[in-house]
Design a protein around this ligand. Sequence first.
Ligand code: PRP
Ligand code: GUN
Length: 190
Amino acid sequence: MLEVLQESLRKAPIVNRGEYPYFIHPISDGVPSLEPELLDEIAEHMISIAGTDYDRIVSIEAMGIPLATTLSLKTGIPFSIVRKRQYGLEGEVILSQSTGYSKGELYINGVNKGEKVLVVDDVISTGGTLKALLPALEKMGAQITNVIVVISRGDGAIQMRDMGYEIDTLVKIDVDQNGVSILEVAGEQQ
Ligand SMILES: O=P(O)(O)OC[C@H]1O[C@H](OP(=O)(O)OP(=O)(O)O)[C@H](O)[C@@H]1O
Ligand SMILES: Nc1nc2[nH]cnc2c(=O)[nH]1
């Protein structure tokens, strides 16, 4: 299951961002090369979880973009990207994002009241990004059908469950100076 993803994670190099051991991977960084085979495997798995009964795919710049694009091409469903840049359009919603290594503002445009949305992203770590985004989408009147994140590190997904949000993750990993260890793969018994 998810063999291409697992193989690529085993090869991921680590760099330090301050105290934070940061893994570098095609899905989370677009580096060194994002292969169609990997995008296809992930998008097919996401569709097997979420189906296609939603009006919009929502993801976050930068590395949500290839995931949302692949899903959109496969499903024919449009997507909106939550940006780190302000546009000042009517209805734009501003929220504060905090991750293990950065803080900043996010700007939501294009999500309409009453829409069913699928939220996808590349990584959940502290959960800071989704803790800000999911309540904001609900406040805008969106109905979140599924939230799917490719790579889970740390306990962000568990914290989100305690807040009442179920996050599907494809692979759970641990990261230290030596590399990535795969702890759990979706659909596989441990
Ligand atoms: O669970 P969290 O601690 O919030 O971390 C997860 C977030 O971190 C990454 O984004 P990043 O802000 O690094 O942006 P990028 O996609 O532009 O690299 C990732 O795409 C998530 O959005
Ligand atoms: N690429 C990458 N993205 C992340 N988002 C949260 N943690 C990480 C990490 O270690 N690497």
